[in-house]
Design a protein around this ligand. Structure first.
Ligand code: NAD
Length: 715
């Protein structure tokens, strides 16, 4: 039994034992793909044919056992007609069954990750031992899928229904110790002795055939437990999932239903049921989108790494402005070990910024994520000041002062005189053009936009804005800093609103137009939240702050006067005139207060409806949720297509990731461009024609008119 393939090597050890080792050539990790399955089939056939073999040891030569399926293959696989998808799945399952039916026992040694297909292959063996650092799990639901290589069949038969339901619906990895407690692995060892321990277990198994044969019988039979016990477990799971499952992602609910239906059946029936559910779930919009998002996330990470190449390491930065954003930036940097000089013109703001950082650090200490000493050190690494002392040594300065062009220009000019000629200046402006700021500078090549989102410690996205004169070195330095802060940087082209704020602006204009047409804001929020947004547009305006939203929208609309033209009254202006600024004043569209137990409460604010009636052009109007959703989403989708056409983002993946991370764009849609692909350009143009009377916000750009082309191609 000798085999050397691309993904698997096999050899013969002493005493009639064979070893099958996952060892993907030229890659750092083992994945389950077509090649791996084909090689597994070959090795198992050879093992079965070898009448002198008495046991099989399964190992990995990498740090991790097998990290899961090769997600890059999913696009082409899921595009197959249903019957072909089922046939492909059945063929893979036969290989796993062959492992389970070998004429001798098999033991798997798991070090590092055994996820998805990696765990499923281990479940097909008779025994599993794991190293202390191993992590096991079935993360398929995170991609909108269910396990499709026998995971839903073998896990409940090995560890019981409750464990299977928990692992499969959460998708979370589990430590080796927890897996042993759940009965998924037989024992846990230190990594250095794992292989020897697995071999020893295999020898013992060879001596006691009735034990492994009994295990196999249990894996072929119905799931243990009475009908009532199973019903109880499934009902509790349904309730839990109904409360926490993301909107429009049916995978968890389908997995629970499948586990219930398959539990009283034998292995082979259960495998057929799993395959049918897998084929169904693989065709959902959520799976299609989440798989693309996984791939896009990797593309974005790769691009960021490439963009940061060559930039020097960052140990210390300077931040100008200690307000909401500057304070957040200082805290997030310090938390990652980057020292911060924090300057503001007001001592009170510096005090406030540090107090906020202290509060956030205290929270981390209370939750056990940080010890007190470390928290103190982090806080001490932010050094506040009202002058520029120390700025001459800073390699990067982030500017986060008030959003006024004249003030920013004056301050940036002054800053340029203080810092080294090579120092990079990153402006956190949310709506001013980098080129307009650069015009005031002697060294415009050193200026780059670094657009964080609020609240900085929580929001992962940073738009790195390349002005027309920004140097590659300056962009690299800012991308490197964003990465060092643990953020996801996406490089975008300079222009009004950059990428994310530009794309959301037509959506907000559509909201204003709906109000002017007499639609109730509560109905609009309900329709958009049902569609999958974390909050409706009225609520979002309250959270952002009406004055901020109005200011940003005005700047962006001025940049695209031909399209982002308002011929109706601005609802935000009406609110601002009444000092109803949203959450920060306790009242906007909604009223924010604390209930008797101190929990924040939101209800429709008194007077909101009366105020908004002033905007109406023809009295009240009732629209269906679908029409509201179409009228809100179309302008956003069209703007996204335009941004890609104009090269504001370099690729569909980067554009959609920015929307997912920056806006909380509904994950099951996978971003604006992915959603257009799902609908089809023809359908989008058709919708544009239906709403053409609403004006230029609903005019499709050239790239969509030409039809047919998809933003994402299937591999
Ligand atoms: P803020 O009003 O909370 O803070 C601005 C701070 O700058 C104040 O503390 C002020 O004292 C200080 N300041 C003013 N002039 C200064 C100077 N010459 N030197 C040093 N400090 C000075 O504002 P913010 O919300 O933190 O916004 C700051 C920047 O971040 C703006 O450009 C804004 O557009 C941008 N931004 C804000 C958000 C948001 O949601 N708040 C999101 C993204 C970007």
């Amino acid at each position: 039994m000798m085999f050397t393939g691309v993904a698997i090597c096999a050899r013969r050890l002493a005493d009639g034992i064979g070893e099958l080792c996952f060892d993907r050539r030229d890659e750092s990790v083992n994945k389950f793909d077509r090649t791996t399955i084909a090689e597994l089939r070959q090795v198992l056939a050879a093992a079965r044919a070898d009448t002198t073999l008495r046991g099989l040891l399964i190992t990995s030569a990498k740090e991790a056992f097998v990290v899961g399926a090769d997600i890059g293959e999913f696009g082409a696989l899921f595009a197959l007609p249903e019957q072909e998808l089922l046939a492909s799945n059945a063929a893979s399952n036969r290989v796993f069954n062959e492992l389970e039916e070998l004429p001798f026992p098999a033991v798997v040694a798991i070090d590092g990750f055994a996820l998805g297909g990696g765990l499923e292959v281990a479940l097909a063996a008779d025994y599993r031992v794991a190293s202390e650092r191993a992590q096991l799990g079935l993360p398929e639901v995170k991609l909108g899928l269910i396990p499709g290589l026998g995971g839903t069949v073998r896990l409940p038969r090995i560890a019981g229904l409750a464990t299977a339901v928990e692992w499969i619906t959460s998708g979370a990895p589990v430590t080796a110790t927890a897996a042993a407690k759940a009965g998924v692995v037989d024992d846990v060892f230190q990594p250095s002795v794992l292989r020897a321990a697995a071999l020893e277990l295999l020898h013992r198994a060879i001596e006691s055939p009735t034990t492994w044969q009994a295990r196999r019988a249990a894996k072929a039979a119905p799931v243990a437990g009475t009908v009532a016990e199973r019903a109880g477990i499934l009902a509790a799971a349904r309730e839990r999932v109904a409360a926490r499952a993301p909107k429009h992602q049916p995978a968890t609910a389908l997995a629970i239903a499948l586990l219930g239906t398959a539990a009283p059946r034998g292995r082979d029936d259960a495998l057929s049921l799993e395959a049918a559910t897998f084929a169904r779930v693989a065709r959902t919009q959520a799976a299609d989108s989440l798989v693309q998002t996984f791939i896009s996330d990797q593309i974005v990470k790769k691009r960021a790494k490439a963009a940061a190449a060559g930039a020097p390491a960052i140990e210390r930065i300077a931040v100008l402005g200690a307000g909401i954003m500057g304070g957040g930036i200082a805290y997030a940097s310090a938390l990652r070990g980057i020292g911060v000089l924090l300057k503001d013109i007001q001592q009170s703001q510096l005090d406030l910024g540090l107090a906020e950082a202290r509060k956030l650090l205290q929270k981390q200490v209370t939750s056990g994520r940080l010890d007190v000493e470390r928290a103190d050190r982090i806080l001490a690494s932010i050094s506040p000041r009202q002058d520029f002392s120390g700025f001459d040594a800073a390699g990067i300065v982030i500017e986060a002062i008030v959003e006024r062009l004249d003030t920013k220009r004056a301050v940036l000019r002054e800053l340029e005189g203080v810092v080294q000629p090579t120092a990079v200046i990153a402006s956190n402006t949310s709506s001013l053009r980098i080129d307009d700021l650069a015009a005031a500078l002697a060294r415009p090549q050193n200026l780059v936009g670094m657009h964080f989102f609020n609240p900085v410690p929580l929001m992962p996205l940073v738009e790195v804005v390349r002005g027309s004169q920004s140097s590659d070195a300056a962009v690299a330095a800012v991308v490197k800093l964003a990465l060092a802060m643990g953020k996801t940087p996406i490089v975008v082209k300079d222009g009004p609103g950059f990428l994310v704020n530009r794309i959301i602006t037509p959506y907000m204009l559509a909201f204003g137009r709906l109000l002017a047409d007499g639609v109730d804001f509560v109905q609009i929020d309900a329709a958009m939240e049902a569609f999958g947004w974390p909050m409706g547009p009225a609520y979002l305006n309250d959270v952002v702050g009406m004055d901020t939203g109005m200011h940003v929208a005005a700047t962006i609309c001025a940049g695209f006067p031909e399209r982002m033209r308002r011929t109706w009254k601005d609802p935000l202006a009406v609110m601002v005139a009444q000092r109803r600024l949203g959450q920060k004043t306790g009242i906007g569209f909604y009223r924010y207060s604390l209930d008797a137990s101190g929990k924040p409460q939101k209800r429709v604010a008194e007077g909101s409806h009366a105020l908004l009636e002033q905007l109406r052009e023809h009295g009240a109007c009732e629209l269906s949720a679908a029409e509201i959703q179409e009228r809100m989403m179309l302008p956003l989708l069209l703007e996204a297509a335009r941004c890609l056409e104009e090269g504001v983002a370099a690729s569909a993946s980067e554009l959609d990731m920015a929307l997912l991370l920056g806006l909380g764009f509904p994950p099951y849609l996978g971003g604006a461009l992915k959603y257009i692909d799902w609908l089809g350009a023809e359908r989008v143009v058709e919708l544009c024609e239906r709403y053409a009377a609403l004006g230029p916000l609903y005019e499709p750009p050239q790239s969509l008119r030409r039809g047919a082309r998809k933003f994402y191609s299937r591999a």
